[in-house]
Design a binder for this molecule. Sequence first.
Ligand code: SF4
Length: 261
Amino acid sequence: MSAPVTVIDRNRGPAPRAFDRASAAPSDPALKARLAELQFATRGRDARGIIELAIKTEFAGRTAVVSSFGAESAVLLHMVAGVDPNTPILFLNTGKLFGETLRYRDRLQDELGLGDVRSLAPGLEEKLRLDPEGALWSTDPDACCNFRKVVPLKHALEGFAAQITGRKRFQTNARAEMQAVEYFEGRFRFNPLADWSLADLEAYVARHNLPQHPLVEDGYPSIGCMPCTRRIQSGEAYRAGRWSGLDKDECGIHGVDGEGI
Ligand code: SF4
């Protein structure tokens, strides 16, 4: 087994990240009322019903899914494909991903019939200017995440009024109170899997015979960029391998599919 790339604090464990911050209620009364209306509309709906509410009813043509095509992504993507396979799926190809992730993206895209997977990447000029050696992650990971993820995603999300995530309440304490619909940074955010357990996810994967990310069996239950993801050791939390090697708590992505990227 290879050693982690960098380990600054093995005891820190998974920490709340930007996308786990409590979503502040919108101050605009109209937005506040709209959020209450959407939260009411999700009551009694299952995960697929919440996805339909966003994609078909409330924000048709204005909803995007941001997916890392990581370990838990297949469940949400399978449901979204069942509602509308041409829903825009935003995928951050940071240039630092595992090759297995890129192949898994291609496999899921093909097997689920996803018709609008958009791979986002930083511009060549920015790469040459900000990270000519490709090692910025080791000296200034916040700057690395910013130009590789935050900026491309911000641009890609412009024009969308809603976003669907695969975040679950069981994943972290910070997510324990997560609502099925939130308002965050200028758009509504639907969390159809909020109340799903790990067992629910596994059962869904088995029931629908969904392919698993190839690195899961290799000791990576949560998968992001290669330099910033390590295998977990026995007894560690399943997300402990994410960013645990870096002195940093978040990537600045707000509301990815539940795993960060
Ligand atoms: S997760 Fe690591 S490699 Fe990926 S963009 Fe952030 S700092 Fe760079």
